[in-house]
Design a protein around this ligand. Structure first.
Ligand SMILES: Nc1ncnc2c1ncn2[C@@H]1O[C@H](COP(=O)(O)OP(=O)(O)OP(=O)(O)O)[C@@H](O)[C@H]1O
Length: 292
């Protein structure tokens, strides 16, 4: 395993009986990245995350920080933190009791840091979990998890059910307080547009297959969006774009790779948005085949 990679997977599959939830995934995740894991409902995101944290058996090769997540789970959890999509905190507990509990449970948990992080939120140390709103519980959970001095954080739809302000403050806390250029976080979400600016990389799953695994910088290099007028529509369509959509009153065609000069001069090149790429790749069967 390369020193730079926190995760290396080769031919990783996860099954529930005969149902293949993740199908032969091969990828690496280096340190210092913020990775968005995108996919429609049932695409395999949770199954992949569970395999990464050793909660699901898998076939194929998988190394997370040099460890086998199932066989070496205890060691793995010293450097990995995980918030599952169904995360709950005990409703009866007070915030300061949870901090004490975490101090006893995790050798790399810092109670001082948790208290400092909570000062950024409206959660008080004497509050009981059952009196907190959904957004406050999620902030509390992140503050507790982000106080673990880990190298990898895995978050499964962490902001589900939160309003836009709570989602924004969640991501601000995550990026400001946890990401330090060495640590990596993997976030699954359906809110593609909202997190695009936070991400360094994106992985897109479609029906268990990895249809895109790319840095945001490379998105700009590889994909071309051409805005064009109605007169050029037929010629653009003949060049087989992945997707055509409307943006700010204009029609845009999205291409994988640069179209020919003849086609390129029919439109104005724009930066492709992640959400359009996501729609194109999880809708167009021909591309799913070619890049899987
Ligand atoms: N316990 C289970 N038993 C059987 N099949 C399952 C089980 N859990 C998930 N699956 C199936 O595996 C596939 C992947 O599910 P998974 O929960 O990983 O998707 P997901 O991308 O996280 O979806 P969502 O966005 O809805 O949370 C789906 O077809 C799902 O029905």
């Amino acid at each position: 395993m390369s020193d730079n990679n926190l995760i290396e997977a080769r031919g990783l599959s996860v099954r529930y009986g005969r149902k293949m939830a993740c199908d032969e995934l091969t990828f690496t995740v280096p340190k210092g990245r913020v990775v968005g894991l995108l996919g429609h409902n049932g695409a395999g995101k949770t199954s992949l995350m569970k395999a990464l944290v050793g909660l699901m058996p898998r076939s194929g090769e998988l190394s997370v920080m040099g460890l086998d997540p199932v066989r070496q789970r205890v060691q793995l959890l010293q450097s990995l933190c995980y918030i599952p999509d169904v995360a709950i905190l005990p409703r009866w507990a007070r915030v300061d009791q949870l901090i004490t509990l975490m101090s006893g449970l995790h050798p790399r948990f810092s109670a001082d840091r948790a208290r400092a992080l909570l000062k950024r939120t409206s959660v008080g140390p004497r509050d009981k979990v059952k009196t907190l709103s959904k957004g406050m519980v999620v902030q509390l959970h992140l503050a507790l998890i982000a106080s673990i001095d880990a190298r990898l954080m895995i978050l499964d739809e962490p902001t589900l059910g939160l309003d836009i302000l709570s989602r924004k403050s969640f991501y601000e806390m995550l990026i400001d307080e946890w990401c330090d250029g060495e640590r990596t976080v993997i976030i699954s979400t359906h809110q593609v547009e909202e997190i695009e600016t936070l991400l360094s990389d994106v992985m897109i799953l479609n029906e268990g297959k990895l249809v895109l695994d790319i840095s945001l910088e490379d998105v700009d290099r590889r994909f071309v969006a051409l805005s064009h007028d109605a007169v050029s529509a037929d010629r653009i369509a003949a060049a087989h774009p992945l997707l055509r959509y409307r943006q700010q009153g204009e029609t845009v065609a999205l291409f994988d790779g640069a179209p020919s000069d003849d086609v390129a001069q029919l439109g104005r090149r724009m930066r492709p948005k992640l959400v359009d790429l996501f729609v194109a790749l999880t809708r167009a069967p021909e591309l799913n085949r070619s890049s899987a």
